[in-house]
Design a binder for this molecule. Structure first.
Ligand code: NDP
Length: 482
């Protein structure tokens, strides 16, 4: 079978890397290579940035109404291609098809619509000063934005950056993860069909250390929006800092679920299953450390293990499979190494080691059963480091103070879920928990206007609604004397 050849998209045209080098792209559910993508380097980034730079003067001066129409046209294209995009994302990433149909692809379309609408109704900041003058804040597009995205929610997170960047009047050069390039390339066809002026969106594929870093270093790219791992974010920040670039970093997490005895038990079990294992646990918001009040700990653990054992793993196209394959062989190996480490540190593997029955087509896929670990000390590496797979720890706590201390005792601060009926406790914990988002009796309800981002090693800055538009613009305060 011939391989799909993914190409860069620069100045409205599809083209290979100038070196003609390619990388191979694997279907994680079979372990077989099914496409190639350009292995681009600094020379390709230069051409893409130049194309974006040329498009900027005209695009930045188009009216918000016109930009809004283009964004809606892209969203319409995504909606029309929903089935193709959903199948492509599932094949490329390994995640279940039902999930790409219900979450990834609809959300990509919503990202474009949100910012298409938002730019039409963005309030203008103004202050009158002591009957003497009025301050009027002009928000202006900045130029060429570099957008770097990860492999876990490929189109969903890429569109979350492209939409606000171009809505605000910037042009962009994107570098998607080399592990999941497929839907980004389909999006380029949709963008072309929507008639977006050439050069407004450019897509360059390649390795992070080559194409990604060249984009971050490029002198004509004044802002970088990055979603990915903390170590990469630190590297990128170090490269960008001397160049004084505007940088937004959405990084890793080690999120806690705090389940108190007064919680709605059934709802807590049901939602914790999802927050632990949805998308094979490969969502930065997954709750990987579950803390349960001692009085309900044995009951919770028994039910949680029972329900986890029922989750089916395998062929991502089958509706009853809750988990598909992990994104790559290297990632599967990394996640499994944490399970081994847990055993060495005295942890107990409550479930996860059972054999997975796979049909012949999927024998070479990167599958793993959802895994629950108990009995680990909070300072163990498994409870401190991001694993980013279907592996959770469950730990009892005795008091609210202890629960809070355990939850905060990690280098990360992205999100958490709190399960309780006590509103005063919600306020207390909301004040003291070091996270960007705290879900109360819920998980991953995402209002796209809300500020999204993390504290500590989970990142710098916030995305979402006006927060994204603020990042992708610069302010000029016009002070006009009466
Ligand atoms: P990585 O940090 O490995 O990669 C992210 C992107 O950065 C990829 O496109 C990668 O390219 C690129 N990259 C790698 N090295 C460099 C470099 N030196 N300069 C510029 N770009 C570079 O993350 P993963 O793809 O492994 O994604 C998983 C991580 O993303 C997890 O830690 C997860 O928590 C985090 N994440 C955070 C979210 C948030 O909103 N806070 C949301 C989703 C994920 P390549 O793939 O080619 O190496």
């Amino acid at each position: 079978m011939s391989l799909i050849e993914i190409q860069n998209f620069i100045g409205g045209e599809f083209r290979p890397a100038h070196s003609r080098k390619v990388l191979e792209n694997t279907d994680p559910s079979t372990g077989l290579v099914y496409s190639t993508l350009p292995r681009s380097d600094a020379a390709d980034i230069d051409v893409a940035v130049e194309s974006a730079r040329k498009a900027f003067p005209v695009w930045s001066k188009t009216s918000p109404e016109e930009r809004s129409r283009f964004l809606h046209a892209i969203a319409d294209g995504i909606d029309r291609q929903q089935a193709t995009l959903a199948a492509a994302e599932s094949r490329d990433q390994g995640k279940p098809l039902w999930l790409t149909e219900s979450l990834d692809i609809p959300r990509a379309s919503t990202n474009f619509r949100l910012f298409a609408n938002q730019i039409l109704f963005t309030p203008v900041e103004s202050n009158e000063f002591s009957n003497k003058a009025i301050n009027l804040v002009l928000r202006k597009p900045i130029g060429v934005a570099g957008l770097i995205s990860p492999w876990n929610l490929p189109l969903y997170l890429l569109s979350w950056k492209i939409a606000p960047a171009i809505a605000a009047g910037n042009t962009v050069v994107c570098k998607p993860s080399e592990i999941t390039p497929f839907t980004a390339s389909l999006l380029c066809s949709i963008i072309k069909e929507a008639g977006l002026p050439p050069g407004v969106v450019n897509m360059v594929y390649g390795l992070g250390a080559e194409a990604g870093e060249a984009l971050v270093k490029h002198p004509q790219v004044p802002l970088i929006s990055f979603t990915g791992g903390t170590a990469t974010g630190q590297r990128l920040n170090a490269v960008a800092a001397p160049l004084l670039k505007k940088v937004s970093l959405e990084l890793g997490g080690k999120n806690a679920n705090l389940i108190f005895a007064d919680a709605d038990f059934e709802e807590a079990v049901k939602t914790t299953l999802r927050s632990s294992f949805l998308n094979q646990g490969e969502i930065c918001l997954c709750g990987s450390r579950i803390f349960v009040e001692k009085s309900i700990y044995p009951r919770f653990l028994a039910r949680f293990i029972e329900e986890t054992k029922k989750l089916k793993v395998g062929d991502p196209t089958l509706k009853d499979h809750f988990l598909g394959a992990l994104a790559s062989a290297a990632h599967l190996q990394k996640v499994k190494s944490y399970v081994e480490l847990a055993e060495q540190d005295g942890g107990r593997i409550e479930t996860g080691k059972e054999e997975i029955k796979l049909d012949p087509k999927h024998q070479g896929g990167y599958f793993m059963r959802p895994t629950i670990i108990t009995g680990l000390p909070p300072q163990s590496r498994v409870m401190q480091e991001e694993i980013f797979g279907p592996v959770v720890t469950v730990t009892p706590f005795e008091s609210e103070e202890e629960a809070l201390a355990l939850a905060n005792d990690v280098p990360y601060g992205l999100s958490a879920s709190l399960w309780t009926q006590d509103i005063k406790r919600v306020h207390r914990i909301g004040q003291d928990l070091q996270v960007g988002t705290l879900w109360v009796n819920s998980w991953m309800i995402r209002d796209l206007r809300a500020p999204f981002g993390g504290m500590k090693k989970s990142g710098i800055g916030r995305e979402g609604g006006l927060h994204s538009l603020e990042f992708f613009t610069e302010a000029t305060n016009l002070c006009i004397k009466y």
